[in-house]
Design a protein around this ligand. Structure first.
Ligand code: NAD
Length: 485
C-alpha cells in the first residue's frame, strides 16, 4: 500500500502535479525508522525548462495585479495552512523526523505567519515622491521578476514560505527546489497557494540535487536566487549568480556564541542553551553551539544543564510526548558522531550523551562537552547536530574577542541581568540575529540572517521586501530641455 506521505507526483508546475520518471529516483526515508516512505524523481532538463518558462510567463500578470489582491491570496493561503496544521505537521515529521511536539508549533504555523505577514504588506509597497523645484522624481518599487528558491532540509515548509511569501508579495514568480533530503512539504505549499487563488505558474516546485539547483541558478531568465544551505554551497551559488549579475539572499551556516555571565538567571540561561542546541536535534543554523560560561557559575551551570538534558524524551516522533527526534539521515548521524569522537579525542570533557541512542532510527543522545577550548574542532566547525560545546571565560572583553573569532556570523546571544552590559556586548558581537536573555526566537516580524560567511541579505520582516524588489526612479521634467547644441 502506498504510504500516506507519498506525493501525487514529484513536481508542481503551472498549478498541477507533474511527473517525469526519467529523472533519478530520490528515496524519502523516515528518519525515526529508516523506512522508505516515498520516492520522488529529480527534475530532468525538460522539467526544469517547463518550470522556468511557466514561471516566467506567469510573472508579468501577477505583478500587474494590485498588491491588495496578491495579499488577499497569500493571507487565504495562510488560513488554509493553519486549518491543516495537523496534517501538515505530520508530513513535516515524516519528511524530517522532527517530533510532532515541534512541528505542530514551528513549521506550518511559521509558514502561515510568513504568508499572512507578507500578504499584509503587499498592498503597502509604494515608492516616494521627491520634489526638485518644478520637476520631480518618483520612485516605484518593482518586482525583480523570476526568483529561484533553494532549501535546506531542516525546515522544509518554513523555508518554502519564508522565500515564497515575500517573493510573491512583491509580484515575483518563484521556482523552488527543496532539499533532496526533505522533498515533500514544499509541494503542499504550492498546492495550497493554488487553492487560495494564486494564478498557475507563480509558485512552482521542482525536485533534485545540486545539479538541478545549479541549472536553475545559471539560467539567464532568473533574476534572483535565495538559498538556505551550508557555507560551501553558498559560495558556489553566490559565484554562479554573480556570473549573471543576479540578486542573491544567502542564509548559510553558523557557529554562534551564546554568552552566559555570572549574574544570569541560571535556569533561563540553561533553557536558552537547551533551545539553542537541542531543538530539532540541533539541526538549526542559528544555534548557539559555543556556549561561553563565566567561570563563577560554570559548575552550577553544567550540573543544572546535565539534569535538564536528562529530561529529554527520545522516542516515536509522532508521539506528542517525544521532545527529541532523530538526525535527518543516517549520513548526518554519522557526521555528527564523527564530531563527537573528535571532541573526545581532542580532550573535551563529556558531561552527558556522547553516543548513538540504543533504538531504531538515527537518534543521537543530546551531548554536552565542557572544558572546550577555542581551537578544538567541535568549537570551530558547524556540526548541525545535538552537540553543545561549553567554554569558560573570565572577562567581557576576552569573551567578545573569542566569540568573534570565527568565519561565521549568523547569531549571538547573551544572558545577564546587567542590561547595560547586555546591549554593549550585543553591540560588539559580529552577528546578524541576536538575542538578550533568550535564544532562537524567529518571529516573522524580525529580520533574520547573518554577517561574514553566514550570509548576505535578510529574510522576514520589511527587510525581506528590499531583497525581493527593486526601485525604479523616474525623473519628470516640467519645463524645456536645455542642451549644449
Ligand atoms: P546544503 O548546502 O548541502 O544544501 C542546500 C541546498 O542547496 C540543497 O537544496 C541542495 O540540493 C542545494 N545545492 C547543493 N549544491 C548546489 C549547487 N551547486 N547549486 C545549487 N544548489 C545546490 O545544505 P543542507 O545540508 O541541506 O543544510 C544544512 C545547512 O544549511 C547548514 O549549514 C545550515 O546551517 C544551513 N541552514 C541555514 C539556515 C539559515 O537560514 N541561515 C537555515 C537552515 C539551514
Amino acid at each position: 500500500m502506498t504510504h500516506p506521505a507519498q506525493p501525487k507526483a514529484s513536481h508542481f508546475i503551472n498549478g498541477e502535479y507533474v511527473e517525469d520518471t526519467v529523472g533519478t529516483p530520490i528515496p524519502v526515508i523516515y528518519a525515526a525508522t529508516g523506512e522508505q516512505i516515498a520516492t520522488v524523481h529529480a527534475a530532468t532538463p525538460a522539467i526544469v525548462e517547463q518550470a522556468l518558462s511557466t514561471a516566467k510567463a506567469a510573472q508579468k500578470a501577477w505583478a500587474k495585479m494590485s498588491g491588495t489582491e496578491r495579499g488577499r491570496i497569500l493571507r487565504r493561503a495562510a488560513d488554509i495552512m493553519r486549518e491543516r496544521n495537523h496534517d501538515l505537521s505530520v508530513l513535516e515529521t515524516y519528511d524530517t523526523g522532527k517530533p510532532l511536539q515541534e512541528t505542530l508549533v514551528a513549521d506550518a504555523t511559521s509558514g502561515a505567519d510568513a504568508l499572512e505577514y507578507f500578504g499584509g504588506l503587499a498592498a503597502s509597497l509604494t515608492g516616494e515622491h521627491i520634489p526638485l523645484g518644478e520637476d520631480w522624481v518618483y520612485t516605484k518599487r518593482e518586482a525583480l521578476g523570476l526568483c529561484v528558491g533553494i532549501g535546506a532540509w531542516n525546515y522544509p515548509t518554513q523555508i518554502a514560505c519564508w522565500k515564497g511569501a515575500p517573493a510573491l508579495a512583491c509580484g515575483n514568480a518563484m521556482v523552488f527546489k527543496p532539499s533532496e533530503t526533505t522533498p515533500l512539504c514544499a509541494l503542499k505549499v504550492a498546492e495550497i497557494l493554488i487553492e487560495a487563488g494564486a494564478p498557475a505558474g507563480v509558485f512552482n516546485v521542482v525536485q533534485g540535487m545540486g545539479e538541478v539547483g545549479g541549472a536553475l541558478v545559471t539560467d539567464p531568465r532568473v533574476d534572483k536566487v535565495s538559498l538556505t544551505g551550508s557555507v560551501p554551497t553558498g559560495k558556489k551559488v553566490y559565484a554562479a549568480a554573480a556570473e549573471g549579475m543576479k540578486h542573491v539572499t544567502m542564509e548559510l551556516g553558523g557557529k554562534s556564541p551564546l554568552i552566559i555571565f555570572d549574574d544570569a538567571d541560571l535556569d533561563n540561561a540553561v533553557g536558552g542553551a537547551i533551545n539553542g542546541n537541542f531543538y530539532s536535534s540541533g539541526q538549526v543554523c542559528s544555534n548557539g553551539t559555543r556556549v561561553f560560561v563565566q567561570k563563577g557559575i560554570k559548575e552550577k551551570f553544567l550540573a543544572r544543564l546535565a539534569e535538564r538534558t536528562g529530561n529529554a524524551i527520545l522516542g516515536d516522533p509522532m508521539d506528542e510526548a517525544t521532545s527529541f527526534g532523530p538526525m535527518v539521515t543516517e549520513n548526518q548521524m554519522n557526521i555528527v558522531l564523527g564530531y563527537i569522537e573528535k571532541g573526545k579525542e581532542e580532550g573535551a570533557r563529556l558531561i552527558c550523551g556522547g553516543k548513538r541512542a540504543d533504538m531504531d532510527g538515527y537518534f543521537i543522545e543530546p551531548t554536552v562537552f565542557a572544558d572546550v577550548t577555542d581551537d578544538m574542532t567541535i568549537a570551530r566547525e558547524e556540526i548541525f547536530g545535538p552537540v553543545m560545546s561549553v567554554l569558560d571565560f573570565d572577562t567581557e572583553e576576552e569573551v567578545v574577542a573569542r566569540a568573534n573569532d570565527t568565519e561565521f556570523g549568523l547569531s549571538a546571544g547573551v544572558f545577564t541581568k546587567d542590561f547595560t552590559r547586555a546591549h554593549r556586548v550585543i553591540g560588539n558581537l559580529e552577528a546578524g540575529s541576536c538575542f538578550i536573555n533568550s535564544y532562537n526566537d524567529a518571529p516573522v516580524e524580525a529580520p533574520f540572517g547573518g554577517v561574514k560567511a553566514s550570509g548576505v541579505g535578510r529574510e522576514n520582516s520589511k527587510e525581506a521586501i528590499k531583497h525581493f524588489s527593486q526601485v525604479k526612479s523616474v525623473y519628470v521634467r516640467m519645463g524645456d530641455v536645455e542642451a549644449a547644441f
